[in-house]
Write a protein that binds this ligand. Sequence first.
Ligand code: ADP
Ligand code: G3P
Length: 491
Amino acid sequence: MTYILAIDQGTTSSRAILFDKDMRPVQSCQQEFPQYFPQSGWVEHDAQEIWASVQAVVGGVMAQAGCTAKDIAAIGITNQRETTLVWDRNTGAPIHKAIVWQDRRTSAFCDRLRAEGHEAEITQKTGLLLDPYFSATKLHWLLTHVEGTAERAARGELLFGTMDSYLIWKLTEGRAHVTDATNAARTMLYDIRQGCWDAQICALMQVPPAMLPDVRDCASEFGTTTLFGADIPILGVAGDQQAATIGQACFEPGMLKSTYGTGCFALLNTGDTLVTSKNRMLGTIAYQLGGKPTYALEGSIFIAGAVVQWLRDGLGLISAAHETADMAAAADPTQSLYLVPAFTGLGAPYWNADCRGAIFGLTRNSGPKEFAKAALQSVGYQTRDLLLAMQDDMGRPGEAVLRVDGGMTASDWTMQFLSDILGAPVDRPKVLETTALGAAWLAGSRAGIYPDQQGFADSWACDRRFEPQMDAPRRDRLYSGWQDAVSRTLV
Ligand SMILES: Nc1ncnc2c1ncn2[C@@H]1O[C@H](COP(=O)(O)OP(=O)(O)O)[C@@H](O)[C@H]1O
Ligand SMILES: O=P(O)(O)OC[C@H](O)CO
């Protein structure tokens, strides 16, 4: 057998998925790893625990398939983006835990940079907003708060990377310090117009350029691992939301996907044009192939499926995520509860790091079913916020169809509400492992096993289309209640 191995290094777990020569996922293995919350608003990962989880799932999936490294033609890597790590070039030891994308510790530093007038230039070059979400201020924090780090970095002893970069470095036993253009695009140190690290932003963040990885196309030679018993080349890399955009075959300008995992990330392909948003959407690289970047407009929501986890782990209202659908369907239709899940502030289009979650419309009759319904609806409302902002940026009415993926799309109730509140069709693909598929396709096409871009796009297949069933006045009434709830949360 010939396989492509996709490694999906996510925020809460690492997964390894083997795809066969027809791009079908045939085996998968997943392992969660610890999350560290040292202070309110801080989130860290132990990079060595992540590396151990990746080794375990790769070993696990190979054992399940009964294959050896000789059966694996290439590896594709996709990863949680922005999460920031610094490690020793010689020993490989991280100097500190990785600072996770959700971490808000650099909020005051971002405010200071904004007050000093740096935001416009940063946005113009990187497409991003001056927010703690991105790697640059996290790296600045490590350089300025961990004793000796700035001096060691200046001496060239330390390396920076996002998780893709660290995994490749580990897989190649320190031979390759590389990343791809989509991950570089999320650091806030990379000029996405020029395609290079930006010297001025690096100086502003006190980052010595020598600690930055080489940036490659998403499908290229990233190095070869010998750790699994034979040489396996790493031929594909993309940040997870970009990999999902690829896996959904959103290759034409105007095509749009939204992924519902812990958070929700909507990417609209804008082709050769880097759109400057009037609505605080992000400009980013969707993918870079043959040296040519394709841009996207991105809306990032920090809490989507995580609100369901909160119902389970925080409130104990459910014991499993799938229970929410029946509860929502059975909720009292006369109640209008709104749950604004601003647990770590609000992302696009509000970008408020300091507000916190709120529930509006509680009555004596409100109970677990109404909470479940409000939680699932919050995901639909937040998506509508993003799509309205994108439509305004593009100066045209809604996109025809939204392609969805991620764990939460298993919920038919949520997908139907999403279609209702958007007033647009929602397509759920047959292969729900879209993120891993995107990474696998990058590696497999580079290896010459998988079809070209058009052939891959032709293979995309719909499992189910959700059509809007809600009448427009009701849709508008519900959404205006949401807008009111958000405005009261932002105060
Ligand atoms: N049937 C369901 N109904 C509602 N939410 C669900 C359902 N199944 C999974 N989820 C949510 O989806 C998320 C998991 O999706 P996944 O794509 O694996 O996330 P990630 O890659 O961010 O870890 C969890 O937050 C979970 O609460
Ligand atoms: O790991 P996920 O699926 O929650 O995705 C995280 C995003 O890449 C953060 O930008």
